[in-house]
Design a protein around this ligand. Structure first.
Ligand code: ADP
Length: 315
């Protein structure tokens, strides 16, 4: 296809980890309930990065992610993994599910083994790995997902909701997929639980180099945890690019009714009020720096409490 039609196209010479080419997908075809969930979508997901997929409910996010590991098949168009059509050998589609690991919404409802350990080991066992390898994978995945060692021999049904969610995520991480796709991994969790899940996912990306795609409806989370952002609207890609590129278009995001981060909204208000600030600010640190410059103040020294922790500064 014409590369110019790809959204978020990778730089020349780089093969995208995943490429969608002219994907269309409809539900209930030929009935009065027919619904076009994806309409000629073309998109690159860049290798080794954490990409956030955001959009209103019903914009097509879940439909899109279910095409990435062959759980469903595009009506038209192709899904390329490392440049190869995942449906080239339909009988081999099962292998794609080990390479692209999908954590569905509310995955904790799919736990069923007697112990947490057995649940996390389920995927690696299906891959017919040795017992030794399975053991390594379980400990590694439990650590990434924040499942404490002492929970491994408990029944998953004795855990809290947040802990169950982590076990389910660890179960997919244990397969060491090249691409980890998570559909609303933090849905329903409190801020601390959200932070723990996202930090674990980022750590998994950093240490394994795998490509990660996170579906979320929270712009705050996208701003904090993703390198690239893809915005969907009405079965199409509205915009996509690096976090900086997407938030530079914050006013367009606002115009389609997406909840941009509070700090972005505040800086946009100040800009409209005449303050000379750059648009597209999405972190407190960047806002603090821009305001210091605007007021001609010396740079703000790092907050003692946060020094070395990489935490978000309060002001
Ligand atoms: P999102 O994940 O962004 O909320 P979805 O991919 O779930 O969006 O849905 C896209 C559109 O497809 C919506 O209009 C939704 O109602 C419709 N849809 C999703 N799943 C089904 C289904 N199983 N049957 C019929 N329509 C569906």
């Amino acid at each position: 296809m014409d590369p110019a039609q790809i959204v978020n196209r990778v730089p020349e010479g780089e093969v995208p980890k995943l490429r969608l080419e002219h994907i269309t997908y409809r539900y209930s075809i030929g009935t009065p309930f027919e619904k076009r969930a994806l309409d000629d979508v073309s998109l690159d997901i860049r290798r080794g990065r954490v990409t956030g997929l955001i959009g209103h409910t019903g914009s097509g996010k879940s439909t899109l992610v279910q095409l990435l590991n062959g759980l469903s098949k595009p009506e038209t168009g192709r899904v390329l993994l490392d440049g190869e059509d995942i449906w080239r050998e339909p009988k081999e589609i099962g292998k794609i599910r080990f390479r692209v690991g999908l954590v569905m919404q509310y995955p904790e409802y799919q736990l069923f083994e007697e112990t947490v350990r057995a649940d996390i080991a389920f995927g690696p066992k299906n891959m017919k790995l040795s017992d030794e390898e399975i053991k390594t994978r379980v400990s590694e995945a439990a650590a990434f997902a924040g499942v404490a060692e002492e929970l491994l021999d408990k029944s998953p049904f004795d855990l809290s909701g947040g802990q169950k969610r982590r076990v389910a995520i660890a179960g997919v991480m244990a397969m060491r997929p090249e691409v980890l796709v998570l559909d609303e991994p933090a849905a329903g969790l409190d801020p601390q639980g959200r932070h723990a899940i996202f930090t674990g996912i980022r750590e998994y990306n950093r240490l394994t180099g795998s490509t990660v795609l996170i579906v979320s409806h929270s712009m705050e989370d996208m701003a904090q945890y993703c390198d690239d952002v893809v915005v969907m609207s009405h079965a199409k890609i509205l915009m996509a690019g690096t976090r900086d590129q997407v938030f530079a278009r914050a006013e367009e995001l606002e115009a389609v009714g997406l909840d941009i981060p509070l700090i972005t909204r505040m800086t946009l208000l100040l800009i409209r009020g005449g303050m000379p600030l750059p648009s597209g600010i999405y972190t407190l640190e960047a806002a603090e720096e821009a305001l210091s410059v605007a007021f001609g103040l010396p740079p703000v020294p790092p907050d003692k409490e946060d020094e070395g922790k990489g935490g978000t500064r309060s002001w």
